[in-house]
Ligand binder design. Structure first.
Ligand code: GTP
Ligand code: OAA
Length: 604
């Protein structure tokens, strides 16, 4: 009976390939029902109400957070699963040394076995979506099939989706096939759980056929397939083939008191400060920051040689803990405007949400992310460290007017940054595009709760893309060099930053957050040729007077320590860089090997 379902459900499209694929997935997964998502407000209301009735969502107080919902996941499904993430290229060599690999045919067989009957008792949602503005010359279209209503409503926040995308697909436009199942079929009469998922998880990418297949998880980056899976892993391959860059970067607009505008893109690993920098409230008078994106940038060369950035997403899927009125007031305002899904934060007795850092003083009583009663004496965090909000970008009070422009914005500066307790100074300017690519290629950062596994372990994370590369890291670095060479003098200037350096007592040496505007200012003044800097073996750092410190209460010794380039520490770092380059193997571009040799010489 279920094999006829695709034919019985009124399909609002004449796209032959899409209809064929939906019928094939229906036959394999055997859902009870098929729903084509239209992206309407009525659909949001219907699906969120359904999720409330199912016990997955709790509706928040309408005055505090209109049309918003709280939910908690299975405690074993709280983050991206990098060890279960695969790049299934035809050749293992093309996935490179940083990715898990399985041959596409072998992986398809494994997954087909798992998908067989996986949607029994559930509804299959067809979610047509577009990454980036629909009005783009070459809109990047996708269709996600999912058996999770949570995913369907989250995709409505995070992507341009629904009827208008189906229309853009017409009868034959190409699209990325993104199949997702939580892997939890329901036997007749079996009661559902609030967060269905499976212990077995697979997040698989087929770069040659531009397909994604995800199984077993309902969590963000594993399940909202337009995000990391499409916009980074698959799009990095599209970018390689088409001559552009798909990057794990925020995009911001910086305006000086004189009205000079610079667009800045910045790549930091997961949970290392992208959202906060994108929504920064400058502490220096007259400067403003506006937001265009907090996680992903697609940068294409324009006719003038500059790189133009577009944010493919429509929402923010942000880390909740640490977000508060002092650190990120604009994120707080975005959330207050509602239409937000909160996952794994705590619930207040008044029907609002809370997490560590939301207020200075915690409420006297909460329901924590395990659904348990919590008081400040409980002694465990009320919110999971990787708890998230999923909220529409359009609600951000400092959204830049250019945010939806299909042409994108010209990037003046690229920042690379990680979370390092030592060694890496507050800011460095690279000597050239190739040197900047070297700094990005050797970026290191301590792991965070955004992925399962140990937290706080230093690892190399090239351009903050380690978990998101759709192909060989060596080829990717060569692509960076090629894009820069084509841009020539129009290429953005590359900077390297570290907000997380610590002193001997473990204190942050730099206050961060809004104060990072001082670093942004120095960077654009370097580009304009008005700020001075001093050469170090690593690159140029600010001279004592060139970083604007007006009104900043910071211990001069801490500041000096934050800016210091310690030759000893860097000499100790050299073998680690060698080791990393050896991992990349013979596809490492020679120009980057030369940069390492030059660094060794400069360090003496
Ligand atoms: N000390 C310090 N902490 C920061 C700074 N900026 C951000 N953080 C903290 O870092 C954590 C992650 O920040 P986010 O801005 O959400 O990171 P993200 O890179 O957008 O994270 P993803 O959504 O995983 O990509 C939060 O707990 C922040 O409070 C900073 O300048 N200094
Ligand atoms: O992808 C996710 O689940 C969340 C995210 O932004 C990240 O981990 O960088």
């Amino acid at each position: 009976m279920t094999t006829d379902l695709a034919a019985r459900a009124p399909a609002p499209t004449e796209h032959g390939e899409l209809l064929r694929w939906v019928a094939e997935v229906v036959a394999l997964t055997r859902p009870d029902d098929v729903v084509w998502c239209d992206g309407s407000r009525a659909e949001w209301d219907r699906l969120t109400t359904q999720l409330v009735d199912a016990g997955t969502f709790v509706r928040l107080d309408e005055k505090a957070k209109p049309s918003s919902f709280w939910c908690v996941s299975d405690p074993a499904d709280v983050a991206r699963v990098e060890d279960r993430t695969f790049i299934c290229s035809e050749l293992e060599l093309d996935a490179g040394p940083t990715n898990h690999w399985m041959h596409p045919a072998e992986m398809t067989a494994v997954l087909d076995d798992l998908y067989r009957g996986a949607m029994v008792g559930r509804t299959l949602y067809v979610v047509p979506f577009c990454m980036g503005p629909l009005g783009a010359a070459d809109p990047k279209l996708g269709v996600q099939i999912t058996d999770s209503a949570y995913v369907a409503v989250s995709m409505q926040v995070m992507t341009r989706m629904g009827a208008r995308v189906l229309k853009a697909l017409g009868s034959d436009a190409p699209f990325v096939k993104a199949l997702h199942s939580v892997g939890a079929p329901l036997a007749p009469g079996q009661a559902d759980v609030a967060w269905p998922c499976n212990e077995t998880k697979f997040i698989c990418h087929f770069p040659e056929t531009r397909e994604i297949r995800s199984y077993g998880s309902g969590y963000g980056g594993n399940a909202l397939l337009g995000k990391k899976c499409f916009s980074l892993r698959i799009a990095s391959v599209m970018g390689r083939d088409e001559g552009w860059l798909a990057e794990h970067m925020l995009i911001l607009k910086l305006t000086s008191p004189a009205g000079a505008v610079h667009f800045v893109a910045a790549a930091f690993p997961s949970a290392c400060g992208k959202t906060n920098l994108a929504m920064l409230s400058p502490t220096i008078p007259g400067w403003t920051v506006q937001t265009l994106g907090d996680d992903i940038a697609w940068m294409r060369p324009g006719a003038d040689g500059r790189l133009y950035a577009v944010n493919p997403e429509l929402g923010f899927f942000g880390v909740a803990p640490g977000t508060g009125p002092h650190t990120n007031p604009h994120a707080m305002t975005t959330l207050e405007r509602g239409h937000t899904i909160f996952t794994n934060v705590a619930l207040t007795d008044g029907g609002d949400v809370w997490w560590e850092g939301a207020t200075d003083v915690p409420p006297a009583h909460l329901t924590d992310w395990h659904g348990q009663s919590w008081t400040p004496e409980t002694g465990t965090p009320a919110a999971h460290p990787n708890s998230r909000y999923c909220t529409p970008m359009a609600q951000c009070p400092i959204l830049a007017p250019e945010w939806d422009d299909p042409a994108g914005v010209p990037i003046s500066a690229i920042f690379f940054g990680g979370r390092r307790r030592s060694t890496v100074p507050l800011v460095l300017e690279s000597r050239s595009w190739a040197h900047g690519t070297f700094l990005g290629a050797t970026l290191s950062s301590e792991t965070t709760a955004a992925a399962t596994g140990a937290v706080g372990v230093v690892r190399r994370d090239p351009m903050a893309m380690l978990p998101f590369l759709g192909y060989h890291v060596g080829d990717y670095l060569q692509h960076w060099l090629d894009v820069g060479a084509r841009a020539g003098s129009a290429a953005p200037k590359i900077f390297y930053v570290n907000w997380f350096r610590r002193g001997p007592e473990g204190q942050f040496l730099w206050p961060g957050f809004g104060e990072n505007s001082r670093v942004l200012k120095w960077a654009v003044e370097r580009i304009e040729g008005t700020a001075s800097g001093v050469q170090t073996p690593l690159g140029v750092v600010p001279t004592p007077g060139s970083l604007d410190l007006d009104g900043l209460d910071v211990d001069p010794a801490d500041l000096a320590a934050a800016l210091a380039v310690d030759r000893e520490q860097w000499r100790d770092e050299l073998p680690l860089l060698e080791e990393w380059f050896a991992t990349i193997g013979d596809r490492l571009p020679g120009a980057l090997r030369d940069e390492l040799t030059d660094l060794r010489v400069r360090l003496g």
